[in-house]
Design a protein around this ligand. Sequence first.
Ligand SMILES: *Cc1c(COP(=O)(O)O)cnc(C)c1O
Length: 367
Amino acid sequence: MAAFPQPQPNPGVMEIAAYVPGREHVDGVAKVWKLSSNETPLGPSPKAVEAVQALIADRLAIYPDGQATVLKQAIATAYGLNPANIICSNGSDELLGLIAQTYLGAGDEAIFTEHGFLVYKIQIMAAGATPVAVKETNETANVDAILAAVTPRTKIVFLANPNNPTGTYVPVSEVRRLAAGLRPDTLLVLDAAYAEYVRRNDYEAGVELVSSSQNVVMTRTFSKIHGLAALRIGWMYAPLAVCDAVNRVRGPFNVNALAIAAGAAAIADTTHQQKAIAHNDHWLEAMTRELTALGLRVTPSVGNFVLVHFPADPEKSAEKADAFLCARGYVLRRVTGYGFPNALRLTIGPAEANEGVVSALKDFLNG
Ligand SMILES: *Cc1c(COP(=O)(O)O)cnc(C)c1O
């Protein structure tokens, strides 16, 4: 007991392990390649930058449109959706929190997978509910294991597809089987933050499943392929009843004016998106091949990053590799918190950085 009474956080809050973002600085190293947060090496669409500049000139004193109408319309046009089924947010992380706050409380359970994105666990606990982590198979979500973990208290299942930090995905037939196996009052959240990068015929982000269900939602982000992580823009495609509930919890001006304008311009610039996809197609394959050739195990990824596993030799561990790479200015992501103490996650960067990482790792392993 504290000597003096003090404000007490809600139950569960002090058990949360706070999210640790990817680093961007290394002490004593001037030039750093940040390959730790899955940002795009191509930057945003020039049209998004122009849209922001125009607003900065004369609109900063005015509240943004609380409905983010222009952004919703641009998303709806890009994907052929009804804007009434869309909610925009301050990054998709905000939506994950809003969904948890809207549907979870003490005594409820919510499911995510063993190596799933950590924000789910944080938001479940912040809502006072019980997080349930389900085993994966080959670093991939396992639908049977998820369904087996459902109890009468399960209110939400969070599935990152593809998942971060593994880069693995669940084919649409399996996602459909998962949705079909859940009770109609259990919400399935499909987090498709990397959907644009996936080049597999058996993958779908979830649009069709949301359209044909009452208990499935899909979240998306402008932080990855659209190169707008700093502006914080996410969105959700969801049944009207879910939108109605979440909109009551959402802050009235949760998406700022710069984000609305930039996001609308970015999503319309399909040429820029195609460039980012082409860059990733080439380098995802090349990096997987080259790192494997060095003798490192790489989890097969469909995203814009790879999970690289290090040898059991303590001299060649992920921790030692991380220090070695940082000293040369390559900042990757430690993923101990995701259950991978001996792996690093590498974002596909510009050509120079990708080549530099391979050559540094060659020196590290031969040193
Ligand atoms: C990066 C990422 C997000 C996006 O977060 P924002 O808040 O939109 O920047 C969501 N889910 C996963 C799995 C991610 O890796």
